[in-house]
Design a protein around this ligand. Structure first.
Ligand code: SAM
Ligand code: SF4
Length: 363
């Protein structure tokens, strides 16, 4: 029987500063991870297909208003080649991510997805922003398996301040996650930790919302200011008082990852690139030791990588070329191994609020 973790406890952990007490949180998260998803680390090959974006998110360097950024859109053959590289490296999934770029036309994307699904055994994950229902439907029919869309913060007012709508289309990422599930996608979401204006209470609510939405994948990374964005320029927005503002620190990210693992024992949780950017030496490995079970090596061709500048100094830009043996060795060094196959969520059927039935592998 799991003892449910309450919002008061989540808040206490988020504010905890005693390293010895925190060891207890890391231990619990690691044990929960091992018991529910095992020691395998699933590798998802990340392909940043386009850095064009129609949106003006106040946090992101790809926002349309950043006119200094050199823009690119990968060709279809380059995307196929990156998918083949994922197969050669033994990955089970390719993630096609980009700005909300309507130059990635519906049918063109559908053809690429169909080609990858026909020619490789890969699971295909999309992360292409708030595209209309008709696009999501068409890509699902072409074979896309999963969709990632972070809700960024569960604080509605804060979200509206930092994520302007596109034209007169309403912006409701949580409703879109529900719609993605109806279309049969495995759904992933997540948040940034330490967005200006984010309080401890709202981060606790984010973690509780992960459970309520029954997400398959949950990505949590630090907010990293980009100088060409309103938040990076220090634009004053509605802010909690100093004592309530969540810092965008490595420690807070580990805490959020560990608590998420306790609340969502069977979810796939990546050690994110943004975390590895804050601590290039061992941020990824500490994330994997504190609840995470997924890592997303970058397969974007090197000539494009530096232009996918969501925030400055991204860890993957200097990352050496991924080699299967190196990755296997790195995982072994932390007592883990590389997972095989697509590594979809092992769904646990929730019967009563706190009891868990046996696993039903949906991969
Ligand atoms: N355009 C798609 C979207 O917004 O869902 C996918 C690409 S977007 C660059 C992927 C994620 O990057 C966002 O969901 C956001 O959480 C994260 N991101 C954007 N700007 C960031 C920043 N300054 N620091 C950390 N993460 C950031
Ligand atoms: Fe575009 Fe996504 Fe960046 Fe927003 S977060 S500006 S939608 S790429």
């Amino acid at each position: 029987m799991n003892t449910p973790i309450t919002k008061t406890e989540i808040l206490a952990w988020l504010r905890e500063t005693d390293p010895q007490r925190l060891e207890e949180l890391w231990r619990r998260a690691n044990e929960t991870r091992r018991a529910h998803v095992g020691d395998a680390v699933f590798l998802r090959g990340l392909v940043e297909v386009s850095n064009f974006c129609a949106r003006q998110c106040f946090y992101c360097g790809l926002r349309a208003g950043n006119t200094r950024l050199v823009r690119y859109r990968m060709r279809a053959d380059e995307i196929s080649e990156a998918a083949n590289q994922a197969v050669a490296l033994g990955f089970g999934t390719v993630v096609l991510q980009g700005g909300e770029d309507y130059g990635l036309q519906t049918q063109w994307m559908a053809d690429i997805i169909r080609r990858i699904k026909t020619e490789t055994p890969l699971a295909v994950t999309l992360s292409l922003g708030e595209r209309p229902d008709s696009d999501l439907k068409s890509w699902r029919e072409a074979g896309a398996d999963r969709y990632l869309l972070r809700f960024e913060t569960s604080d509605r007012n804060l979200f509206e301040e930092i994520h302007p709508p596109l034209g007169n289309r309403p912006c409701d990422r949580i409703a879109m996650l529900r719609r993605l599930k109806e279309l049969g996608y495995e759904t992933g979401s997540g948040v940034m930790v330490g967005i200006p204006g984010q309080s401890y209470e709202s981060l606790a609510n984010d973690i509780l919302l992960f459970r309520e939405l029954d997400l398959d994948m949950i990505g949590i990374g630090p907010f990293i200011p980009h100088p060409a964005t309103p938040l990076g320029m220090g634009l004053p927005i509605f802010s909690p008082s100093k004592n309530h503002q969540v810092p965008n620190s490595e420690l807070l990210v580990y805490k959020a990852v560990a608590l998420t693992r306790l609340l969502r024992p069977d979810a796939n949780i990546p050690a994110t690139t943004a975390l590895a950017t804050l601590n290039k030496t061992n941020g990824r490995d500490l994330g994997l030791r504190r609840g995470a079970n997924v890592f997303m090596p970058n397969l974007t061709p090197h000539k494009y990588r530096r232009f996918y500048e969501i925030y400055p100094s991204k860890a993957c830009i200097t990352e050496p070329k991924n080699q299967r043996a190196d990755l296997a060795g790195q995982m072994q060094a932390i007592g883990r191994h590389i997972g095989t196959g697509p590594g979809g969520r092992k769904k646990q059927v929730r019967l009563a609020p706190d009891s868990w039935e046996t696993e039903l592998n949906l991969a």
